[in-house]
Design a protein around this ligand. Structure first.
Ligand code: DGL
Length: 297
């Protein structure tokens, strides 16, 4: 039954684990499959056509896993428009929330900062949304090209990271923002550092809180809540799965969880049977696997 299927979450890399963590807290019984495209991260400055191509491959992988809902735990992908994307698959997609309404309600001065990847900032979605709700607000957007790659490399507080972060935050400090949206799912790993550099009086908004509540609302509205699930999680990465596990440990107890690797070459041609068999065998019994294989042959 569809209710028993897992929720699929994906991101360019390990950033989406910050969204996974919020979902897990809110929905302890749901099974979750996570995919991070660590072999091709960062997506933040890649051409849109290339990102769409990668996402398409990931979606087909998710279809084969069999999921009841896809969660785009990546702002860079979300701003490309998830509704249109989901028309092509047999499940709906919920994109990462923008955090703009939460920022507007938290901000006293309506001077709001946005930190995100180059693509997300160039898209301008956060600024448009904030100004649509409050034309008087002042929005200060800052692209942070090196942050996601540094987080991917496991640098959450090193010299290079501190140096770059200080540089990215300076314009926001000068603009005297009182609220900052973490517009990339990699940035909540840096919350303590960002808070320290901006000062305790600045409110940081992690949009994943709203994403998690939207996912829960979607499941309730569509009668897809799994009341009897065991809350199993499976994590897949297209490279450096072991490193992902070490970094995930910053967010939750990942010691017992399986972090497996799906090689990039395999992902790109995952319709080939050996890979598919391996993936299917982890999630389905022999009869179900055979039926699914027949569908793609
Ligand atoms: N974590 C992603 C986001 O939320 C993208 C980071 C990257 O791959 O550049 O935008």
């Amino acid at each position: 039954m569809k209710v028993n299927l897992p929720i699929g979450i994906f991101d360019s890399g390990i950033g989406g684990l910050t969204v996974y963590e919020k979902l897990r807290q809110r929905m302890p019984k749901e099974d979750i499959i996570y995919f991070g495209d660590t072999g091709r991260a960062p997506y933040g400055a890649r051409p849109e056509a290339e990102i769409r191509l990668f996402v398409d491959g990931i979606m087909r992988l998710m279809s084969l896993f069999g999921i009841k809902l896809g969660v785009v735990a990546c702002n860079t992908i979300t701003v490309l428009g998830t509704e249109k994307m989901s028309e092509r698959y047999n499940f709906d997609l919920v994109g990462n929330s923008s955090g703009t309404l939460a920022a507007l309600s938290a901000s006293r001065t309506k001077r709001i900062g946005v930190l995100a990847t180059e693509n997300t900032i160039a898209n301008g979605m956060h600024k448009r949304e904030i100004l649509r709700h409050n034309p008087e607000a002042k929005v200060f957007c800052q692209a942070c090209p090196s942050l996601a790659p540094l987080v991917e490399a496991g640098d959450l507080s090193g010299i290079r990271l501190r140096h770059d972060l200080r540089r990215y935050l300076l314009p926001l400090r000068k603009a005297k923002v009182d609220t900052v949206i973490l517009g990339c799912t990699h940035y909540p790993y840096l919350t303590p550092l960002i808070q320290e550099m901006l000062g305790a009086e600045v409110t940081l908004i992690d949009p994943a809180d709203e994403t998690a509540s939207r996912v829960e609302a979607y499941l309730q509205q569509n009668k897809l809540v799994n009341e009897d699930g065991h809350g199993e999680s499976s994590f897949y990465f297209s490279a450096k799965a072991e490193q992902a596990k070490i970094i995930a440990q910053q967010l939750f107890d990942a010691r017992m969880a399986t972090f497996a690797q799906i090689e990039l070459a395999e992902l790109e041609s995952f319709c080939r049977q050996p890979v598919l068999r391996k993936v299917l065998a982890q999630h389905f019994d022999a009869t179900q696997s055979r039926e699914l294989l027949q569908q793609v042959e």
